[in-house]
Design a protein around this ligand. Structure first.
Ligand code: BGC
Length: 336
């Protein structure tokens, strides 16, 4: 009898207190999980200047390989007037529309962002109005697109765009977007190049369709060895062996993001960029990539690899073939 009473009580405790926690977490699971960045193309000053022009057939390849989304970095600031009302060039809109449509047509979710708005990182106050006006134009332009198109406010806020300013700007950008896109997913991330260590300074409005992003390139000496755009560039030769301590650091940093999300109404997390540059040895890149991807998956964090076919690329555009070890490190389920 005593036992039955105990079971009965336990059952009710589970039903009332524990199962809703599970339900909440499930409810917040994103419809995307694995993606790739179409880097070095539309965020170059002019598409092609950094060696990549997005070809329509890439999206079929990406979908068939097992990815469910692409993130398309875009340098709108190079194609918008510098004077009010900061009109975006029609020809550039046409090009972006074409790329977005091709990706959507292939059943991929698409994340469209503002990327490399470098002037804004140097002089945020001067560029705030232009930033907001660009979002106003984008939100009107894409308002009738399917819900599988998502917006990401700004890649890697950094330098003079500090958390105090950014928290203010992001709220204003979200309310502008919400006038025309009441339910579209909007992604937003912290300062210091979307650092996990700056999540604790990020303030987001109460909106059920927000997703919080962060980027992950640690250890930086490993992932950015020989990177020409980093000054000073970390020397080449650092390996990532997957030792207990190396794994412990990565797990701990991902856990920080999860902890932050738990304290913020379980807002879904998106690891919008991670990758290791081609100057690192392939075995280490494979180990690191696989460890980060699996660790994110275990924590229910959607991820998007940096990037498709340039310096970090998983696809060789000249040979027109996948870099199989890297693809396998990302996507386990398909036999490539
Ligand atoms: C930048 C890229 C860079 C990558 C890795 C991205 O956010 O936009 O230019 O290659 O990070 O450093």
């Amino acid at each position: 009898m005593k036992n039955r009473l105990l079971y009965f009580l336990l059952f009710w405790i589970f039903l009332v207190f524990i199962s809703p926690i599970g339900v909440t977490a499930m409810d917040k699971k994103l419809p995307i999980s694995r993606g790739v960045n179409m880097g070095n193309a539309l965020e170059a000053p002019i598409e092609g200047q950094w060696g990549v022009i997005i070809r329509d057939e890439y999206f079929r390849l990406i979908k068939d390989a097992g990815f469910d989304h692409v993130r398309i970095p875009i340098r709108w600031s190079a194609h918008a007037d510098t004077k009010s009302p900061y009109t975006i060039e029609t020809s550039f809109f046409n090009r972006v529309d074409h790329v977005v449509n091709e990706a959507l047509k292939n059943g991929l979710y698409v994340i469209l962002n503002i990327h490399h708005y470098e002037e804004m990182m140097q002089r945020p106050e001067q560029h705030k109005e232009r930033f907001l006006k660009i979002w106003e134009q984008l939100s009107i332009h894409y308002k009738d697109y399917p819900e599988t198109l998502w917006f990401e406010l700004l890649n890697e806020p950094c330098n003079y765009l500090n958390s105090k300013l950014w928290n203010q700007y992001l709220k204003e950008a979200i309310s502008i977007i919400r006038r025309t896109n009441p339910k579209r997913k909007i992604i937003v991330g912290p300062t210091d190049w979307n650092s996990v260590y700056k999540l604790n300074e990020l303030e987001i409005p109460n909106d059920p369709n927000l997703v919080v992003t962060f980027h992950y390139y640690n250890p930086f000496q490993f992932t950015h060895q020989g990177a020409e755009w980093v000054n000073p560039s970390p020397s080449v030769g650092t390996k990532w062996l997957g030792t207990a301590i190396e794994k412990f650091i990565i797990s701990g940093e991902l856990d920080m993001a999860v902890e932050w999300s738990k304290k913020h109404n379980n807002v879904p997390l998106f690891l919008g960029e991670f990758g290791a540059y081609s100057k690192a040895d392939m075995d280490s890149r494979v180990r690191w990539t696989s460890y980060v991807a699996r660790s994110a998956e275990q924590r229910n964090i959607a991820w998007c690899y940096w990037e498709f076919c340039a310096g970090f690329g998983i696809y060789d555009p000249y040979r027109e073939e996948w870099r199989t070890p890297l693809l396998k490190a990302l996507i386990l389920t398909k036999d490539k």
